[in-house]
Design a protein around this ligand. Structure first.
Ligand code: FPP
Length: 270
């Protein structure tokens, strides 16, 4: 992979020069970074169990990885990062773990909100917001308000999120529009559908990363991942740091994204 110093100097913030960059960062082609990365942060429980600790310990350590990856996405100029922090199915976990995760979420946002503000990160939540405990709703709501004017990285937390639910919800919204005579059924386009998803304001992710060796999507962004590159790594989430993000990005940059076209067509378009 070529090292493109000119592009590096152009794209990275003024205080960030190649001399301070890690080897893996230098191997990235900054002109070919995804705009939107989505991550299924898996393996917290196994990471903790392997150390003889309670599963919740893994979630606490996982927050350090969240911090590192948010920082690095900001440095790289990535515009959107979606983290699968709590699925709708996660409500079925033991109540102590659910409570610990909600508490962790509230405490982390409370602790980090000033830094998010300072680092120009804009916080969003997708999912069934109303099903979250009142304190979590309050903390998330305040953090979204405080960071609403930021223009750097959009950090999108998927909380109480189910992609199937999101799709059914979109269909219900469209039906209501049809019923209200605002839309004719045969006039419904993909764009109408997209506008009814939680993710309406965001582009689709170009890259999905799942940690901890599982190769499935687990009800995450099923519609939005239609053309995303999928990257699976055996690294457990609490061990996932910027070096691993760079590895995922390097793998992404080696892929040829064809969107149904032939390889020759793609070469000719370059
Ligand atoms: C999956 O690992 C992880 C989760 C269900 C929770 C992820 C949440 C965090 C890392 C904290 C997020 C905090 C913020 C502020 C975004 P698992 O428990 O399913 O692991 P296992 O597959 O090894 O059991």
């Amino acid at each position: 992979m070529p090292i493109r110093f000119t592009t590096l100097f152009l794209r990275f913030p003024y205080n960030y020069c190649p001399r301070t960059m890690s080897d893996s960062q230098l191997q990235l082609d900054v002109s070919k970074l995804p705009r939107h990365i989505a991550i299924i942060m898996d393996g917290n429980g196994r990471w903790a169990r392997e150390r003889g600790e309670d599963r919740v310990f893994g979630h606490y350590e996982g927050v350090l990885s969240v911090r590192a990856i948010v920082d690095e996405c900001g440095v790289l100029g990535i515009k959107y990062l979606t983290l699968y922090a709590f699925s709708a199915e996660n409500w079925n976990r033991p109540i102590d773990e659910v409570n610990a995760l909600m508490e962790l979420l509230v405490n982390t946002i409370r602790k980090e909100v000033e830094d998010l503000k300072k680092n120009n990160v804009k916080l969003h939540v997708i999912g069934d917001f109303d099903s979250l405990p009142p304190l979590a709703r309050q903390e998330m709501g305040e953090a979204m308000e405080l960071t609403a004017g930021n223009t750097g990285l959009n950090l999108i937390l998927a909380l109480s999120y189910s992609s199937r639910h999101e799709i059914v919800r979109a269909a219900t919204k469209l039906c209501a529009m049809v019923k209200a005579n605002q839309l004719q059924p045969d006039a419904i386009t993909e764009d109408h559908f997209k506008q009814c998803l939680y993710t309406a304001p965001f582009p689709d992710p170009e890259l999905l990363i799942r940690t901890s060796g599982e190769s499935r999507i687990s009800n995450f962004l099923l519609y939005q991942l239609a053309y995303s590159e999928l990257y699976f790594t055996p690294v457990h989430w609490p061990d996932f740091r910027k070096k691993h993000l760079h590895e995922a990005l390097m793998a992404y940059q080696k892929r040829e994204r064809r969107f149904g076209k032939t390889s020759e067509q793609i070469q000719n378009e370059r």
